[in-house]
Design a protein around this ligand. Structure first.
Ligand SMILES: Cc1cc2nc3c(=O)[nH]c(=O)nc-3n(C[C@H](O)[C@H](O)[C@H](O)COP(=O)(O)OP(=O)(O)OC[C@H]3O[C@@H](n4cnc5c(N)ncnc54)[C@H](O)[C@@H]3O)c2cc1C
Length: 316
């Protein structure tokens, strides 16, 4: 049975660390508890919000006026050709577990914070790999009918940082079956360690950021694409340019609005340097978008999920 708590501060549940309280807050440790929470929200006429690891979330200073449900179902099971894991499983712990079981395929994802459910929804990825590439099947709870449904990979509409579960907020990811290859555990562990070392070399701390704030945009300006490739000595991936490079072109590294700052280490990380408000983060994001547009003609779009803001606050 769930316990409904009231006025729970949400900032500590997010890596960015901004935002006000949840009117109601509950933790779901089983599918039944998730259903119970959704029923409670429906009976009380409350909006509901889902919280995974909180590593890709910005919550408004006003907080959230409904019921926040924190997904804590995290069972992981070994299958002959991979793993089945519940949505609340920590992604990096899952990468380590798969390595210990001699199952390869998740190594590029080591070190991405957050839950499996959040990763599946946003098709999280790094170093050329993404979770969608190894998902064989995703099970969801449809919040409207409270029925379970399963989607094979080809129906999940995985694309760059997106999926059908991101497009339809009524679909709550409850579990995923990942298809992995058997290999020597020692070799997989080495790959995992290499990924973690590569991330550590960039000195990007989890606390005070939500990872990449903007998605890497598709760029149609050939001259800009060529300039990026010439300068960086890399090919652009699928016509996308890293948002951080564009932000640097606009000279915005270290730009501040109050305690919100464009990270001096990584221009696509907008960081809370201590005590920032969501309003400051939002204002900084607005400024970055406007200046990148003016300098390069490219429109940036947020990767970070923003909850509890009025539509007009999110414009611009
Ligand atoms: C330091 C740092 C580095 C990062 N590096 C990367 C990286 O390399 N690559 C990358 O892709 N991302 C990266 N991120 C972003 C983040 O880790 C991923 O987006 C992660 O997958 C988010 O998962 P989460 O559980 O924390 O989601 P949350 O932040 O809790 O939620 C994000 C959104 O997903 C929804 N959601 C959460 N769980 C579910 C579910 N079960 N079903 C449906 N919707 C759900 C929430 O309602 C919210 O809208 C980084 C973040 C940080 C802080």
């Amino acid at each position: 049975m769930i316990t409904l708590k009231e006025q729970i501060p949400l900032a500590p549940f997010t890596t960015l660390g901004v935002g006000g309280p949840a009117r109601y807050f509950a933790e779901a440790r089983s599918l039944d508890e998730l259903r119970e929470a959704l029923k409670t929200a429906r009976e009380r006429g409350l909006p509901w919000y889902l919280l995974g690891g909180g590593s890709n979330l910005m919550i408004s200073d006003r907080g959230l006026p409904g019921l926040v449900v924190r997904m804590l179902c995290d069972a992981v099971q070994r299958l002959p050709d991979g793993v089945r894991a519940e949505a609340g499983a920590d992604l990096t712990a899952l990468v380590h577990q798969a390595a210990d079981w001699g199952l390869a395929g998740l190594e590029p994802l080591a070190g991405i914070p957050g839950s499996l459910g959040g990763a599946v929804r946003g098709n999280a990825g790094a170093y050329g790999g993404s979770i969608g590439e190894v998902c064989a099947e995703v099970t969801v709870l449809d919040a409207r009918s409270l029925e379970l449904a399963s989607f094979p990979a080809e129906e999940c509409r995985f694309s760059y940082r997106s999926s059908r579960f991101k497009a339809d907020a009524g679909l709550i990811v409850v579990a995923a079956r990942l298809r992995l290859q058997t290999a020597a555990a020692e070799e997989i562990r080495e790959q995992v360690a290499a990924t973690l070392a590569r991330r550590a070399a960039r000195h990007l701390a989890c606390s005070g950021s939500a990872g990449s704030f903007f998605m890497n945009p598709l760029v149609h300006d050939r001259a800009l694409l060529e300039r990026f490739e010439r300068e960086q000595q890399v090919r652009s991936r699928e016509g996308r340019i890293p948002a951080g490079w564009l932000i640097d072109q606009a000279g915005l590294r270290s730009l501040r609005v109050g305690a919100a700052q464009v990270s001096p280490r990584h221009a696509n990380y907008l960081v809370n340097t201590g005590g920032a408000s969501a309003r400051e983060m939002l204002e900084l994001a607005r400024l970055v978008k406007a200046r990148v547009k003016a300098a390069t003609g490219v429109e940036l779009m947020e990767e970070v999920s923003r909850l509890g803001f009025a539509p007009d606050e999110l414009e611009g």
